[in-house]
Design a binder for this molecule. Structure first.
Ligand SMILES: Cc1ncc(COP(=O)(O)O)c(C=O)c1O
Length: 383
């Protein structure tokens, strides 16, 4: 089936956070969901379930576990037992369970800014100490300073929150980089919580390597968080999973989550199963379209807005834009919201290194992206 992503879908008035948080004349390109209809097999599976009309308690099914295992095996040659997969409503819940389970109050949690704000705010919210050696800018991309990363670790650092692929800088880490990080974590006996929610949103030529597949010693200290929500645009349906091979870690996780973090809801499960089984055609088409949008955006900036620098993107539909040379007074996101009527995520929310940046979500119809860029260009032209 051919999906027409060029045709904008009206999301105003549909309880969307992205579209409902700004006045109607603003084009919202911020929170990380896509403006596209989901894959047809997902929509059909949900219809079927709704038509049944009974929505009692449920628990993750054997078929869903089998679908997750099948995908991990096919993509990464990563075998796992059913009990290693723990379902939960969202990856952010998973980050918070990991923080509670594997670092005590006052103990250290490592993250690498600029990074998705939950990595920075949630440890502090739980009275853990944030340890945040930043990624290092290198040309149009970012690298890890391994010495600085290791030096930041103290005797009280317990947990490393890895974001791979990385939101917002769009990196897909290489095997070498992951091995270096893993070596350091093993040396200091840290637990690794690897958020790989963006792992399917890869551009041509890129390959994702789950941290836990590097070797048994690393798998033993790693929990991996994944979800069909970003991949298949199901964020409002709330279904995610943690893969935890080590039994003691699993027990620690279950203790922290007990009675607080529910399993996923029935619609989340139905949609996840349909997406994992029958969503590949949609995913290929959406990635082609997103790659076109990425190239459109970088071409536009190069030709018409050279004062805004775009970070090279290996994955995700979230572009990280450096506006520090554009002469914008104050925060660029506030400027674009007010003067261009375009809603973007504000760089400083991603921690160190975010000053002067905005994050732009281009998972929308190309005509919407083009209109937003024209508005941004005119606002900058009026400075
Ligand atoms: C790195 C990362 N983790 C987690 C999430 C959110 O996950 P969930 O909606 O499953 O809680 C996002 C959403 O943008 C993200 O970028």
């Amino acid at each position: 089936m051919h999906y027409d992503f060029d045709r904008p879908v009206e999301r105003r008035g549909t309880d969307s956070i992205k579209w409902g948080s700004y006045p109607d004349d603003v084009i919202p390109l911020w929170v990380a969901d896509m403006d596209f209809r989901s894959a047809e097999p997902v929509v059909q599976a949900l219809h079927q379930r709704i038509d049944h009309g009974v929505f009692g308690y449920t628990r993750p099914t054997a078929e869903l576990r089998q679908a997750v295992r099948g995908r991990m095996q096919d993509l990464y040659q990563w075998p796992m037992a059913d009990e290693e997969i723990l379902f939960l409503p969202g990856v952010v819940s998973g980050l918070n369970v990991a923080i509670q389970a594997f670092a005590g109050p006052g103990e250290g949690v490592l993250a690498q800014p600029p990074v998705y704000f939950h990595f920075l705010k949630d440890p502090v919210h739980h009275d853990r100490a944030l340890v945040d050696p930043p990624l290092v800018r290198s040309g149009d991309t970012y690298e890890i300073d391994f010495d600085q990363f290791e030096k930041a670790i103290t005797g009280r650092t317990r947990l490393f929150l890895l974001c791979n692929p990385h939101n917002p800088v769009g990196r897909v880490y290489t095997r070498y980089e992951l091995e270096q990080l893993a070596d350091i974590c093993l040396r200091h006996r840290l637990i690794i919580c690897s958020d790989e929610i963006h792992c399917d949103l890869l551009y041509s030529g890129e390959r994702h390597i789950p941290m836990a597949t590097l070797g048994p010693e690393i798998a033993d200290r790693t929990l991996t968080l994944m979800a069909p929500s970003k991949t298949y645009n199901l964020a409002g349906l709330e279904c995610a999973y943690a893969i935890i091979p080590n039994e003691a870690l699993r027990r620690g996780w279950q203790r922290a989550a007990h009675g607080i973090v529910p399993w996923t809801n029935i619609m989340g499960q139905v949609s996840a199963l349909a997406a994992l089984r029958d969503g590949q055609d949609w995913l290929h088409q959406v990635m082609d379209y997103l790659e076109g949008n990425r190239d459109y955006l970088s071409g536009y900036l190069r030709d018409k807005l050279p004062q805004v620098q775009m970070c090279r993107m290996q994955a995700t539909y979230l572009a990280w834009l450096d506006c520090s040379e554009a002469g914008i007074p104050g925060k660029p996101a506030s400027f674009f919201a007010k003067e261009a009527r375009v809603g973007l995520s504000s760089g400083p929310d991603f921690g160190k290194g975010g000053e002067g940046f905005v994050r732009l979500n281009f998972a929308c119809a190309r005509s919407t992206l083009a209109a937003a860029l024209d508005r941004m260009a005119s606002a900058l032209g009026r400075l």
